[in-house]
Design a protein around this ligand. Structure first.
Ligand SMILES: NC(=O)c1ccc[n+]([C@@H]2O[C@H](COP(=O)([O-])OP(=O)(O)OC[C@H]3O[C@@H](n4cnc5c(N)ncnc54)[C@H](O)[C@@H]3O)[C@@H](O)[C@H]2O)c1
Ligand SMILES: [Zn+2]
Ligand SMILES: [Zn+2]
Length: 360
Protein backbone atom coordinates (compact mmCIF):
# COMPACT_ATOMS: atom_id res chain seq x y z
CA UNK A 1 0.00 0.00 0.00
CA UNK A 2 1.03 3.63 -0.38
CA UNK A 3 1.46 5.96 2.58
CA UNK A 4 2.85 9.44 3.25
CA UNK A 5 5.96 9.30 5.42
CA UNK A 6 7.49 12.12 7.48
CA UNK A 7 11.27 11.59 7.70
CA UNK A 8 12.34 14.86 9.34
CA UNK A 9 10.49 17.94 10.62
CA UNK A 10 10.14 20.70 8.04
CA UNK A 11 10.66 18.40 5.05
CA UNK A 12 7.88 17.36 2.65
CA UNK A 13 6.04 14.09 3.25
CA UNK A 14 7.21 11.32 0.89
CA UNK A 15 4.87 8.74 -0.63
CA UNK A 16 6.34 5.28 0.02
CA UNK A 17 5.32 1.69 -0.62
CA UNK A 18 4.77 0.05 2.78
CA UNK A 19 2.66 -2.67 4.38
CA UNK A 20 1.09 -3.60 7.70
CA UNK A 21 1.68 -6.83 9.53
CA UNK A 22 -1.26 -9.20 9.96
CA UNK A 23 -3.88 -8.20 12.56
CA UNK A 24 -3.07 -9.50 16.06
CA UNK A 25 -5.92 -10.91 18.18
CA UNK A 26 -7.58 -7.57 18.97
CA UNK A 27 -6.54 -5.61 15.89
CA UNK A 28 -8.52 -4.50 12.88
CA UNK A 29 -7.22 -3.84 9.37
CA UNK A 30 -9.06 -0.97 7.69
CA UNK A 31 -9.16 0.16 4.08
CA UNK A 32 -8.91 3.93 4.46
CA UNK A 33 -11.63 5.77 2.54
CA UNK A 34 -10.94 9.40 3.54
CA UNK A 35 -8.42 11.12 5.79
CA UNK A 36 -8.67 14.77 6.84
CA UNK A 37 -5.69 17.08 7.27
CA UNK A 38 -5.74 18.39 10.85
CA UNK A 39 -3.55 21.16 12.22
CA UNK A 40 -2.16 18.73 14.81
CA UNK A 41 -0.42 16.79 12.00
CA UNK A 42 1.15 20.08 10.94
CA UNK A 43 2.44 20.77 14.46
CA UNK A 44 4.39 17.50 14.29
CA UNK A 45 5.56 18.19 10.72
CA UNK A 46 6.90 21.55 11.87
CA UNK A 47 8.68 19.95 14.83
CA UNK A 48 6.63 21.89 17.40
CA UNK A 49 5.83 18.55 19.01
CA UNK A 50 8.30 15.66 19.18
CA UNK A 51 7.58 12.20 17.71
CA UNK A 52 9.83 9.28 16.72
CA UNK A 53 10.48 9.40 12.96
CA UNK A 54 10.10 8.25 10.25
CA UNK A 55 6.36 7.95 10.79
CA UNK A 56 3.11 7.83 8.86
CA UNK A 57 1.04 10.75 10.20
CA UNK A 58 -2.73 11.30 9.98
CA UNK A 59 -5.43 10.72 12.58
CA UNK A 60 -8.80 11.92 11.18
CA UNK A 61 -10.25 9.11 9.08
CA UNK A 62 -13.02 6.75 8.11
CA UNK A 63 -13.03 3.55 6.10
CA UNK A 64 -14.14 -0.06 5.73
CA UNK A 65 -13.04 -3.02 7.83
CA UNK A 66 -11.03 -5.47 5.71
CA UNK A 67 -9.83 -8.04 8.21
CA UNK A 68 -10.15 -8.65 11.94
CA UNK A 69 -8.02 -10.43 14.54
CA UNK A 70 -9.10 -13.72 16.16
CA UNK A 71 -10.63 -12.09 19.28
CA UNK A 72 -12.46 -9.20 17.61
CA UNK A 73 -16.24 -9.44 17.81
CA UNK A 74 -17.24 -5.75 17.70
CA UNK A 75 -16.73 -5.36 13.94
CA UNK A 76 -16.57 -7.64 10.92
CA UNK A 77 -15.20 -7.22 7.38
CA UNK A 78 -17.32 -4.79 5.38
CA UNK A 79 -18.38 -2.64 8.35
CA UNK A 80 -18.00 1.11 7.96
CA UNK A 81 -16.02 2.73 10.77
CA UNK A 82 -14.65 6.02 12.01
CA UNK A 83 -11.26 5.80 13.70
CA UNK A 84 -10.37 7.74 16.83
CA UNK A 85 -6.99 8.28 18.42
CA UNK A 86 -8.72 8.05 21.82
CA UNK A 87 -8.20 4.30 21.92
CA UNK A 88 -9.38 3.01 25.29
CA UNK A 89 -8.84 -0.14 27.35
CA UNK A 90 -12.16 -0.03 29.20
CA UNK A 91 -10.69 -1.22 32.49
CA UNK A 92 -8.19 1.37 33.80
CA UNK A 93 -9.05 4.04 36.37
CA UNK A 94 -9.60 6.71 33.70
CA UNK A 95 -11.82 4.47 31.56
CA UNK A 96 -13.92 3.18 34.45
CA UNK A 97 -14.35 6.66 35.93
CA UNK A 98 -15.89 7.88 32.67
CA UNK A 99 -12.83 9.52 31.08
CA UNK A 100 -11.74 7.07 28.37
CA UNK A 101 -9.94 9.77 26.35
CA UNK A 102 -7.42 9.85 29.21
CA UNK A 103 -6.92 6.04 29.22
CA UNK A 104 -3.62 5.18 30.90
CA UNK A 105 -3.25 1.56 29.73
CA UNK A 106 -0.10 1.68 27.66
CA UNK A 107 -0.62 -1.87 26.34
CA UNK A 108 -3.71 -0.65 24.47
CA UNK A 109 -3.01 3.05 23.99
CA UNK A 110 0.55 2.61 22.79
CA UNK A 111 2.94 5.48 23.56
CA UNK A 112 4.82 7.05 20.61
CA UNK A 113 7.51 4.76 19.25
CA UNK A 114 6.12 1.51 20.69
CA UNK A 115 3.81 0.19 17.95
CA UNK A 116 5.27 -2.29 15.47
CA UNK A 117 2.38 -2.31 13.03
CA UNK A 118 3.92 -0.82 9.90
CA UNK A 119 6.53 -2.54 7.77
CA UNK A 120 8.67 -1.68 4.75
CA UNK A 121 11.82 -2.86 3.05
CA UNK A 122 14.10 -0.38 4.82
CA UNK A 123 15.94 -1.38 8.00
CA UNK A 124 14.74 1.65 9.97
CA UNK A 125 11.60 1.22 12.10
CA UNK A 126 8.60 2.97 10.52
CA UNK A 127 6.50 4.48 13.32
CA UNK A 128 2.74 4.56 13.80
CA UNK A 129 1.26 7.96 14.72
CA UNK A 130 -1.28 8.32 17.56
CA UNK A 131 -2.23 4.63 17.24
CA UNK A 132 -3.73 5.29 13.78
CA UNK A 133 -1.51 6.56 10.90
CA UNK A 134 -4.33 7.58 8.58
CA UNK A 135 -2.20 8.89 5.70
CA UNK A 136 -2.00 5.38 4.23
CA UNK A 137 -4.26 3.24 2.08
CA UNK A 138 -4.68 0.84 5.00
CA UNK A 139 -4.61 1.24 8.78
CA UNK A 140 -3.94 -1.45 11.35
CA UNK A 141 -5.46 -0.39 14.67
CA UNK A 142 -6.71 -1.74 18.01
CA UNK A 143 -10.41 -2.63 17.86
CA UNK A 144 -11.06 0.01 20.56
CA UNK A 145 -9.87 2.73 18.16
CA UNK A 146 -12.93 2.36 15.91
CA UNK A 147 -16.66 2.98 16.08
CA UNK A 148 -19.10 1.24 13.75
CA UNK A 149 -21.32 3.64 11.84
CA UNK A 150 -24.45 3.44 9.69
CA UNK A 151 -23.80 2.73 6.02
CA UNK A 152 -25.73 5.70 4.68
CA UNK A 153 -23.33 8.14 6.39
CA UNK A 154 -21.02 9.62 3.72
CA UNK A 155 -17.49 8.57 4.62
CA UNK A 156 -15.88 11.94 3.80
CA UNK A 157 -17.95 13.73 6.45
CA UNK A 158 -17.54 10.73 8.75
CA UNK A 159 -13.76 11.17 8.57
CA UNK A 160 -14.06 14.76 9.83
CA UNK A 161 -15.92 13.51 12.89
CA UNK A 162 -12.84 11.41 13.74
CA UNK A 163 -10.90 14.42 15.05
CA UNK A 164 -11.95 17.98 14.17
CA UNK A 165 -15.66 17.57 14.82
CA UNK A 166 -15.49 15.46 17.97
CA UNK A 167 -12.71 17.66 19.38
CA UNK A 168 -14.47 21.00 18.94
CA UNK A 169 -18.05 19.83 19.51
CA UNK A 170 -16.97 17.81 22.54
CA UNK A 171 -14.93 20.70 23.97
CA UNK A 172 -18.13 22.75 24.08
CA UNK A 173 -20.54 20.02 25.15
CA UNK A 174 -18.50 17.45 27.13
CA UNK A 175 -15.56 19.43 28.55
CA UNK A 176 -17.03 22.93 29.02
CA UNK A 177 -20.58 21.57 29.38
CA UNK A 178 -22.01 24.78 27.91
CA UNK A 179 -25.45 25.39 29.39
CA UNK A 180 -28.42 26.91 27.58
CA UNK A 181 -28.31 30.68 27.54
CA UNK A 182 -24.61 30.88 28.45
CA UNK A 183 -22.33 33.08 26.37
CA UNK A 184 -19.50 31.37 24.55
CA UNK A 185 -16.50 32.75 22.65
CA UNK A 186 -14.56 30.50 20.29
CA UNK A 187 -11.05 31.63 19.33
CA UNK A 188 -9.89 30.16 16.01
CA UNK A 189 -12.61 28.83 13.72
CA UNK A 190 -10.80 26.21 11.67
CA UNK A 191 -12.07 22.64 11.69
CA UNK A 192 -11.93 22.33 15.47
CA UNK A 193 -13.25 25.79 16.32
CA UNK A 194 -16.09 25.57 13.81
CA UNK A 195 -17.23 22.38 15.54
CA UNK A 196 -17.08 24.20 18.88
CA UNK A 197 -19.34 26.90 17.40
CA UNK A 198 -21.77 24.20 16.28
CA UNK A 199 -21.56 22.42 19.64
CA UNK A 200 -22.28 25.64 21.56
CA UNK A 201 -25.17 26.46 19.23
CA UNK A 202 -26.71 22.99 19.51
CA UNK A 203 -26.25 23.08 23.33
CA UNK A 204 -28.47 26.19 23.35
CA UNK A 205 -25.82 28.81 24.14
CA UNK A 206 -26.91 32.46 24.27
CA UNK A 207 -24.27 34.45 22.41
CA UNK A 208 -21.87 32.37 20.32
CA UNK A 209 -18.99 34.69 19.47
CA UNK A 210 -16.72 33.47 16.68
CA UNK A 211 -13.22 34.96 16.61
CA UNK A 212 -10.88 34.45 13.67
CA UNK A 213 -8.57 36.45 11.42
CA UNK A 214 -10.05 35.02 8.23
CA UNK A 215 -13.34 36.60 7.05
CA UNK A 216 -14.30 33.45 5.12
CA UNK A 217 -14.17 31.38 8.33
CA UNK A 218 -16.23 34.02 10.12
CA UNK A 219 -18.91 33.95 7.42
CA UNK A 220 -19.17 30.18 7.69
CA UNK A 221 -19.34 30.45 11.50
CA UNK A 222 -22.30 32.82 11.15
CA UNK A 223 -24.04 30.26 8.96
CA UNK A 224 -23.41 27.51 11.52
CA UNK A 225 -24.73 29.30 14.59
CA UNK A 226 -22.41 32.14 15.62
CA UNK A 227 -24.36 35.18 16.76
CA UNK A 228 -21.41 37.62 16.70
CA UNK A 229 -18.23 37.73 14.63
CA UNK A 230 -14.90 39.26 15.63
CA UNK A 231 -12.05 39.71 13.18
CA UNK A 232 -8.97 39.49 15.43
CA UNK A 233 -6.79 41.04 12.71
CA UNK A 234 -8.78 44.29 13.01
CA UNK A 235 -9.76 44.61 16.66
CA UNK A 236 -8.51 43.41 20.05
CA UNK A 237 -10.69 40.31 20.62
CA UNK A 238 -10.62 40.65 24.42
CA UNK A 239 -11.90 44.22 24.30
CA UNK A 240 -14.48 43.30 21.69
CA UNK A 241 -15.83 40.38 23.76
CA UNK A 242 -15.95 42.55 26.89
CA UNK A 243 -17.87 45.21 25.00
CA UNK A 244 -20.38 42.68 23.67
CA UNK A 245 -20.99 40.71 26.86
CA UNK A 246 -19.02 42.03 29.82
CA UNK A 247 -17.18 38.70 29.76
CA UNK A 248 -18.26 35.24 28.61
CA UNK A 249 -19.20 32.16 30.61
CA UNK A 250 -16.99 30.04 28.36
CA UNK A 251 -14.06 30.81 26.09
CA UNK A 252 -12.84 27.93 23.95
CA UNK A 253 -9.36 28.31 22.46
CA UNK A 254 -9.00 26.31 19.24
CA UNK A 255 -5.75 27.61 17.84
CA UNK A 256 -2.80 26.74 20.07
CA UNK A 257 -0.90 30.00 20.58
CA UNK A 258 0.30 31.39 23.91
CA UNK A 259 -1.33 34.71 23.05
CA UNK A 260 -4.76 33.34 22.19
CA UNK A 261 -4.74 30.87 25.12
CA UNK A 262 -4.13 33.83 27.44
CA UNK A 263 -6.80 35.88 25.66
CA UNK A 264 -9.32 33.09 26.30
CA UNK A 265 -8.81 33.57 30.05
CA UNK A 266 -8.84 37.37 29.82
CA UNK A 267 -12.26 37.47 28.15
CA UNK A 268 -14.06 35.50 30.88
CA UNK A 269 -16.84 36.80 33.08
CA UNK A 270 -16.50 36.29 36.83
CA UNK A 271 -16.82 32.53 37.39
CA UNK A 272 -16.17 31.76 33.73
CA UNK A 273 -14.13 28.90 32.32
CA UNK A 274 -11.48 28.89 29.62
CA UNK A 275 -11.12 25.58 27.79
CA UNK A 276 -7.81 25.22 25.95
CA UNK A 277 -8.08 22.88 22.98
CA UNK A 278 -5.28 24.22 20.76
CA UNK A 279 -1.87 22.58 21.03
CA UNK A 280 0.37 25.29 22.45
CA UNK A 281 3.95 24.57 21.24
CA UNK A 282 5.64 21.94 23.41
CA UNK A 283 7.49 23.49 26.37
CA UNK A 284 5.81 26.90 26.11
CA UNK A 285 4.25 28.28 29.32
CA UNK A 286 1.05 30.30 29.73
CA UNK A 287 0.67 33.31 32.05
CA UNK A 288 -2.49 34.32 33.90
CA UNK A 289 -3.21 37.05 36.42
CA UNK A 290 -3.41 35.32 39.79
CA UNK A 291 -6.07 37.73 41.00
CA UNK A 292 -8.51 36.53 38.34
CA UNK A 293 -8.66 33.10 40.01
CA UNK A 294 -10.06 34.74 43.17
CA UNK A 295 -13.17 35.57 41.17
CA UNK A 296 -13.76 31.92 40.38
CA UNK A 297 -12.33 31.90 36.87
CA UNK A 298 -11.02 28.54 35.72
CA UNK A 299 -8.73 27.15 33.02
CA UNK A 300 -8.96 23.57 31.80
CA UNK A 301 -7.52 21.44 29.04
CA UNK A 302 -9.58 19.29 26.70
CA UNK A 303 -8.33 16.14 25.04
CA UNK A 304 -10.25 15.15 21.90
CA UNK A 305 -13.39 16.82 23.23
CA UNK A 306 -13.43 14.57 26.33
CA UNK A 307 -15.19 12.08 24.08
CA UNK A 308 -16.83 8.74 24.66
CA UNK A 309 -16.55 8.24 20.94
CA UNK A 310 -18.48 4.95 20.67
CA UNK A 311 -21.47 6.90 22.00
CA UNK A 312 -20.73 10.41 20.79
CA UNK A 313 -19.91 9.72 17.15
CA UNK A 314 -23.14 7.85 16.25
CA UNK A 315 -25.04 10.70 17.95
CA UNK A 316 -23.18 13.29 15.87
CA UNK A 317 -24.07 11.28 12.76
CA UNK A 318 -27.72 11.32 13.79
CA UNK A 319 -27.56 15.14 14.13
CA UNK A 320 -25.86 15.37 10.73
CA UNK A 321 -28.50 13.16 9.11
CA UNK A 322 -31.25 15.33 10.58
CA UNK A 323 -29.60 18.44 9.14
CA UNK A 324 -28.83 19.87 12.57
CA UNK A 325 -25.05 19.38 12.47
CA UNK A 326 -23.72 21.04 9.33
CA UNK A 327 -20.67 19.42 7.79
CA UNK A 328 -21.37 19.90 4.09
CA UNK A 329 -19.58 23.25 3.93
CA UNK A 330 -16.51 21.97 5.70
CA UNK A 331 -14.64 20.23 2.94
CA UNK A 332 -12.96 22.84 0.76
CA UNK A 333 -10.76 20.38 -1.12
CA UNK A 334 -10.81 16.68 -1.92
CA UNK A 335 -7.24 15.68 -2.80
CA UNK A 336 -5.24 12.58 -3.72
CA UNK A 337 -2.60 11.17 -1.38
CA UNK A 338 0.17 12.51 -3.63
CA UNK A 339 -1.21 16.05 -3.21
CA UNK A 340 -0.82 15.95 0.55
CA UNK A 341 2.01 18.50 0.75
CA UNK A 342 -0.04 21.02 -1.23
CA UNK A 343 -2.89 20.34 1.18
CA UNK A 344 -0.72 21.30 4.15
CA UNK A 345 0.61 24.37 2.28
CA UNK A 346 -3.00 25.49 1.86
CA UNK A 347 -3.64 24.93 5.57
CA UNK A 348 -0.60 27.07 6.42
CA UNK A 349 -1.84 29.79 4.07
CA UNK A 350 -5.24 29.60 5.80
CA UNK A 351 -7.00 29.06 2.44
CA UNK A 352 -9.03 26.03 3.39
CA UNK A 353 -11.52 24.88 5.96
CA UNK A 354 -10.64 21.18 5.68
CA UNK A 355 -8.83 19.24 2.94
CA UNK A 356 -9.58 15.54 2.83
CA UNK A 357 -7.64 12.84 1.04
CA UNK A 358 -9.79 10.44 -0.98
CA UNK A 359 -8.27 6.97 -1.28
CA UNK A 360 -9.19 4.81 -4.29
N1 LIG B 1 -6.84 19.08 22.27
C1 LIG B 1 -7.06 18.21 21.30
O1 LIG B 1 -7.42 17.06 21.57
C2 LIG B 1 -6.89 18.63 19.87
C3 LIG B 1 -7.40 17.82 18.84
C4 LIG B 1 -7.32 18.28 17.53
C5 LIG B 1 -6.72 19.48 17.24
N2 LIG B 1 -6.18 20.23 18.27
C6 LIG B 1 -5.55 21.52 18.03
O2 LIG B 1 -6.57 22.48 17.80
C7 LIG B 1 -6.01 23.57 17.05
C8 LIG B 1 -6.90 23.90 15.86
O3 LIG B 1 -6.83 22.88 14.89
P1 LIG B 1 -7.54 23.07 13.45
O4 LIG B 1 -7.29 21.82 12.71
O5 LIG B 1 -8.92 23.57 13.65
O6 LIG B 1 -6.63 24.25 12.86
P2 LIG B 1 -6.93 25.20 11.58
O7 LIG B 1 -5.61 25.58 11.05
O8 LIG B 1 -7.94 24.56 10.70
O9 LIG B 1 -7.65 26.47 12.24
C9 LIG B 1 -7.01 27.52 12.92
C10 LIG B 1 -7.86 28.79 12.73
O10 LIG B 1 -7.32 29.85 13.52
C11 LIG B 1 -7.43 31.07 12.78
N3 LIG B 1 -6.49 32.06 13.32
C12 LIG B 1 -5.18 32.25 13.01
N4 LIG B 1 -4.65 33.23 13.78
C13 LIG B 1 -5.65 33.66 14.61
C14 LIG B 1 -5.72 34.64 15.65
N5 LIG B 1 -4.66 35.36 16.04
N6 LIG B 1 -6.90 34.79 16.30
C15 LIG B 1 -7.99 34.07 15.96
N7 LIG B 1 -7.96 33.12 14.98
C16 LIG B 1 -6.81 32.92 14.31
C17 LIG B 1 -7.17 30.63 11.35
O11 LIG B 1 -7.67 31.56 10.41
C18 LIG B 1 -7.93 29.29 11.29
O12 LIG B 1 -9.28 29.46 10.92
C19 LIG B 1 -4.59 23.13 16.68
O13 LIG B 1 -3.65 23.65 17.63
C20 LIG B 1 -4.67 21.63 16.82
O14 LIG B 1 -3.42 21.03 17.05
C21 LIG B 1 -6.27 19.82 19.56
ZN1 LIG C 1 -6.64 16.34 14.84
ZN1 LIG D 1 -8.18 2.70 29.99
Amino acid sequence: MRAAVLYEPNTPLVIEEISTRKPAAREVLIKTAYAGLCHSDLHFMEGLYPHPLPAVLGHESAGMVEQVGSEVSYVKPGDHVITCLSVFCGTCEMCTSGRPTLCIDTDVKLPPGVARRLEWEKEQQLHTFLNLSSFGEQMLVHENAVVKIRRDMPLDKAALIGCGVITGFGAATNTAKVGWGENVAVIGCGGVGMAAVEGAHIAGAGRVIAIDTNPVKLQLAAKLGATDLIDASRVDPVEAVMELTGGVHHAIECLGLKKTAEQSFQMLAIGGTATIVGMVPFGEKLEFHGFDFLRGRKVQGSSMGSNRFRTDMPRLIELYMQGRLHLDDWISDVIRLDQINEGFDNMKAGNVMRSVIKFD
